[in-house]
Design a protein around this ligand. Structure first.
Ligand code: AG3
Length: 278
């Protein structure tokens, strides 16, 4: 018998993968969680029916959400990840030689447990001595911190369920205050084809807080529409003037200085919609 999983990406569009084995299915206090072994993309983490990451394409998203802000900051030592309980983003952060401490604030300890059990190539990073895992609400944590973090990365689910508050003005304000003087912030912001209104809203708020705010994209095969976006806010440094020497030395599969620069180049229509005055 064949077993297929479908993520309904919109009311009228889905992505379907053939499943070899269902490794874990559970309802946590926060969300529905599944780890499925797929023929095409390997093991896959699914939260509330939405594909979070697969073994085959996770490197694109994790490298791009991490190395862009980490190389825009001149010397990131203290870093915060909100969400990202699978450990993929932390794994990439640990590649930066100046890093002293990374704190992962994940609301759902079941996500961390599932990743530790079934996604070791991502979660192994969580055992590094520079890593601290805190199971608590990311928005509340950020509100309690002032001038602490060089880089803050929001590696959350989409704005439904537990992540809704991570896409709101008061949260971004608190992020700004939790950052150091040259602080850099990045959040995932869904698909430029399917969710342009959301990106515009996020960008508008980040612009009102940070002198530099820009969207960038990367092609992630298993995410809705295949093209994904991120919004970056920076207190001082421009994201396209970064330390290319440092970027070149990183051991990566997708990210490179060229890819970093190119990621900020948007197709005409998307650019016109998101950055009409530039
Ligand atoms: N967080 C962003 C995943 C969003 C995917 N959305 C969807 N499939 N509808 C990923 C967490 C990986 N560390």
């Amino acid at each position: 018998m064949e077993f297929w999983f479908t993520e309904r990406q919109t009311e009228h569009l889905g992505i379907t993968l053939r499943v070899r084995e269902s490794l874990l299915v559970e309802q946590t206090p926060f969300q529905h969680l599944a780890v499925l072994d797929t023929y095409q993309y390997g093991r896959m983490l699914v939260l509330d029916g939405a594909i979070q990451t697969t073994e085959a394409d996770e490197f694109v998203y994790h490298e791009m959400i991490t190395h862009v802000p980490m190389t825009v900051h001149p010397k990131p030592k203290e870093v915060l990840v909100i969400g990202g309980g699978d450990g993929g983003t932390v794994r990439e952060i640990l590649k930066h030689p100046d890093l002293k401490h990374v704190r992962l604030v994940e609301v759902d300890d079941r996500v961390v447990a599932a990743a530790r059990r079934f996604l070791p190539t991502l979660s192994q990073a969580l055992d590094d001595p520079r890593v601290e895992v805190m199971i608590t609400d990311g928005a509340e944590h950020v509100r309690a911190m002032r001038g602490v973090y060089d880089v803050i990365i929001v590696d959350s689910t989409d704005p439904v369920g537990p992540a809704v508050k991570l896409f709101q003005q008061d949260f971004y304000q608190a992020v700004h205050e939790a950052l150091t003087a040259e602080g850099v912030f990045v959040t995932q912001s869904k698909s430029p084809y399917l969710d342009r209104k959301l990106i515009r809203e996020v960008l508008g708020i980040v612009r009102s807080l940070f002198p530099v705010a820009l969207p960038y994209t990367a092609a992630v095969p298993t995410y809705p529409s295949g093209l994904w976006s991120f919004v970056l806010g920076s207190k001082v440094n421009h994201p396209v003037k970064f330390d290319e020497g440092r970027a070149e030395k990183l051991k990566t599969r997708f990210y490179s200085p060229e890819v970093h620069r190119a990621a900020f180049v948007l197709p005409r229509e998307i650019r016109g919609d998101l950055l009409p005055t530039e």
